[in-house]
Ligand binder design. Structure first.
Ligand SMILES: NC(=O)c1ccc[n+]([C@@H]2O[C@H](COP(=O)([O-])OP(=O)(O)OC[C@H]3O[C@@H](n4cnc5c(N)ncnc54)[C@H](OP(=O)(O)O)[C@@H]3O)[C@@H](O)[C@H]2O)c1
Length: 330
């Protein structure tokens, strides 16, 4: 019988943990250009929840092993891989398979962990923290800019506020789904948190004394896009980077509305970068690891003890009961 490892496995789409098992699967072997990693810490991400719900286009067949970010030690090198040594501490981004004792990653999306860097914090780098770093670059944040982040109390949101402060942003505002999440966002450093409601744009504009928001980061699909455009400043940027609602994406606004408002709407996806421009993702991950090592990023990590506890942690995220970053210790 082939060697086996334990992994979190989704058996089929579900809104709860009923289809999730922590069970034995075949040891994954690295192919050309890949390496395998003995996983020590693996991040829980909202993508796990979206995959488990069956949101398209993530899962092409079940069963499915979720997990997009790991920290651990290099276990084996696939054909054509050099520049890494066995046992070397690394972090890696992958589209799936991270919540397992052994994960396989593209060598191009694997980055060494410098001596002394806490591996639990490092495990948050490939998904959540690199997203925050790249979103601010992609959104062309400048000193003095006002920023509004939707779902701000979560892992990405908490990293964004810290990075925005470092970059000298002006007011950094949060939009969240409930009053308890507003408190969590303000505790994480946001100047003011607004609960998502139909008058969001008006409340934000009033708070800013009539001016709009320079950079809006939005993982709520297109459900908030109308509000985003209403509260965007002239020369403002809106970056759509997720679809937490699971609703089908709506239409983009008429070109005339962008033209008249002098507003840009763009998109951002790590998965798309990993497929089409992996060097951009890898460079972002390297910068993120350097910022972690320099103490510029200091994520609030909640340790989830063991793979057996991962399904409950994913459910906490699904029910918006988690704030900050959850990382599984294997
Ligand atoms: N584009 C990319 O490459 C990329 C990479 C990483 C993460 N993301 C996205 O960034 C967001 C944050 O990720 P994260 O891992 O840090 O998760 P998170 O923010 O810790 O948790 C997700 C948040 O989404 C909101 N939410 C949950 N279920 C929802 C629903 N049914 N409808 C509307 N909102 C819901 C909740 O916040 P509120 O209710 O307060 O809004 C929840 O806290 C996620 O949407 C994720 O998919 C995108």
């Amino acid at each position: 019988m082939s060697e086996q490892i334990r992994a979190v496995v989704f058996g089929g789409p579900a809104l709860d943990t009923s289809s999730t098992r922590v069970t034995a699967v075949a040891l994954p072997e690295p192919g050309k250009g890949e390496l395998s990693i003995d996983v020590q810490f693996a991040g829980i991400n909202f993508k796990d929840v979206m995959v488990r719900r069956g949101d398209g286009p993530y899962v092409t067949s079940w069963p499915y092993v979720p997990g997009i970010e790991v920290a651990g030690a290099v276990r084996a090198l696939g054909p054509g891989v050099d520049g890494f040594r066995l046992g070397q501490p690394v972090v890696a981004y992958m589209n799936d398979g991270g919540l397992a004792e052994v994960a396989v990653a593209s060598a191009a999306l694997t980055v060494p962990v410098p001596d002394g860097l806490d591996l639990a914090a490092a495990a948050a780098a490939p998904g959540a923290l690199t997203t925050a770093v790249l979103l601010l670059e992609h959104g062309r944040l400048r000193a003095g800019d006002s920023v509004l982040v939707h779902s701000a109390a979560g892992a990405v949101g908490q990293a964004v506020v810290r990075l925005a402060r470092l970059a000298g942003a002006g007011p950094v505002l949060a939009a969240v789904g409930s009053p308890s999440r507003a408190s969590a966002a303000e505790a994480a450093g946001y100047d003011r948190a607004f609960v998502r409601e139909p008058q969001l744009a008006q409340a934000v504009r009033e708070h800013l004394g009539g001016s709009g928001v320079d950079l809006i980061l939005d993982p709520q699909g297109t459900t908030q896009l109308d509000a985003d455009l209403d509260m965007a400043a002239a020369a403002g940027r809106v970056v759509l980077f997720g679809n937490a609602t699971g609703e089908p994406f709506g239409q983009l606004p008429p070109a005339g509305r962008l033209y008249a408002g002098t507003v840009s709407v763009g998109g951002f996806s790590l998965a798309a970068l990993s497929a089409r421009a992996p060097w951009l993702l890898a460079a972002g991950l390297s910068r993120t690891v350097a910022q972690l090592a320099a103490g510029e990023l200091d994520p609030r990590i909640t340790i989830v003890d063991g793979l057996d506890a991962a399904p409950a942690a994913q459910q906490a995220l699904a029910e918006s009961r988690a704030s900050g970053k959850q990382v599984v210790r294997l």
